[in-house]
Design a protein around this ligand. Structure first.
Ligand SMILES: [Zn+2]
Length: 371
């Protein structure tokens, strides 16, 4: 909300159109019309919301011009505008502007424009960008999903990114692994990725670890001190997910996972000791068919990764980085928290595929937090 001494601006995320009979706000897929404004009251009010006037000044000037309108009525309209998201309380902007460097203000201008919508959730847009810039993300895997996620994290301005990859670039990677070019074939993905991301955003701290993930203890050491882990690595198949799960629970770091399954992009996230972990999920599966299928694939060592369609990869990366944004900012409903979401290429639906709760007797995350 706002106080009498607060300064209000129009939220630039909404286009304000003057019509013959009034005004309309257009944005976020909605058009809100204030027509029947023949005496120009709404237009006058909007003109007074100029990023300089305080709420009190707006009310004073308005009621001076229209002395048949009460102070309460003006406040009601301002409150309505504010609740709809048309206004931004910019009183704190001066205070928080210096949280970002001049470079960050310009580079992340469009991110900051997006964060304007958080004003009604009491989150200043500069603080939002600062939170992103201060966050430390560990990314396991620099293949197709890892490529897009690395670029997204760097575009968001995540200040510290550590990525882990052991593989080399192959020609068949290039339908989706946009970190690499044909000149990189046979070269280390970690090294090429580091070169590309540092060129793309020299303002962040991007580092790589060139190693194969080999145990929960090794992964715990790699992710130690990070705020979030995103895992898109898939080797060694059938073992890695469990190792990563054990490592994030041991280090108490939230984990976001995403992957492709031919025509589906899958997404899930866990918060250790709050949601169930991957072991809780597996223990909770009662559908014998799923368990049998999993065991069959595991025993037969079915690879199943021939399909990785170009367009599904950035969708999946976009979903996981959007969820990460919500985690970092503490804003909105995190749809994947303790759930497995499925985006279907064929019908473009995003649905909850599975949902599970924490098993207090889980062999990985059961009991109280250790250490
Ligand atoms: Zn568990």
């Amino acid at each position: 909300m706002f106080d009498q001494s607060d300064i209000l601006s129009l939220n630039s995320g909404y286009a304000l159109l003057q019509t013959e009979d009034g005004i309309q706000f257009e944005g976020s897929g909605n058009i809100t019309t204030y027509d029947d404004d023949k005496d120009g009251k709404v237009k006058t009010l909007v003109q007074l919301i100029n990023g300089k006037n305080t709420v009190n000044e707006i009310i004073q000037e308005f009621t001076h011009k229209y002395n048949n309108v009460s102070k309460q009525e003006v406040e009601e309209i301002l409150k309505d505008f504010y609740d709809e998201g048309f206004l931004e309380n910019t009183s704190e902007d001066e205070q928080y502007f210096s949280l970002l460097t001049a470079y960050q203000h310009e580079r992340y201008l469009r991110n900051i424009g997006f964060f304007q919508m958080f004003t009604k959730n009491h989150l200043n847009k500069y603080i939002a960008q600062k939170k992103i810039s201060d966050s430390k993300i560990c990314l396991l895997g620099l293949g197709g999903l890892g490529s897009h996620i690395a670029f997204s994290l760097a575009g968001m301005g995540v200040g510290t990114i550590k990525a882990v990859e052991f593989d080399e670039v192959e020609l068949s990677n290039l339908n989706r692994q946009i970190l690499y070019t044909p000149n990189d074939i046979g070269k280390s993905k970690a090294q090429q990725a580091e070169k590309r991301i540092k060129e793309f955003n020299p303002d962040i701290n991007f580092s790589t670890v060139e190693t194969q993930l080999s145990s929960p203890e090794q992964i715990a050491e790699i992710i130690h001190g990070f705020d979030f882990v995103i895992s898109v690595a898939d080797k060694p198949r059938f073992l890695l997910a469990d190792w990563v799960n054990q490592a994030v629970v041991a280090e108490n770091i939230p984990l976001l996972l995403t992957g492709l399954d031919t025509t589906r992009a899958m997404l899930q996230s866990i918060v250790p000791h709050e949601t169930g972990c991957l072991q809780c999920w597996r223990d909770g599966i009662t559908d014998a068919k799923s368990v049998n299928m999993y065991n069959y694939r595991k025993e037969s060592n079915i690879d199943g990764d021939n399909a990785a369609y170009t367009t599904l990869v950035p969708i999946s990366a976009g979903l996981v980085c959007s969820e990460l944004t919500k985690y970092i900012l503490g804003y909105g409903e995190i749809k994947s928290k303790g759930k497995l979401l499925k985006f279907d290429f064929n019908n473009f639906t995003l649905e909850v595929e599975e949902e599970w709760t924490r098993n207090i007797n889980c062999k990985v995350c059961g009991g109280s937090i250790h250490g």
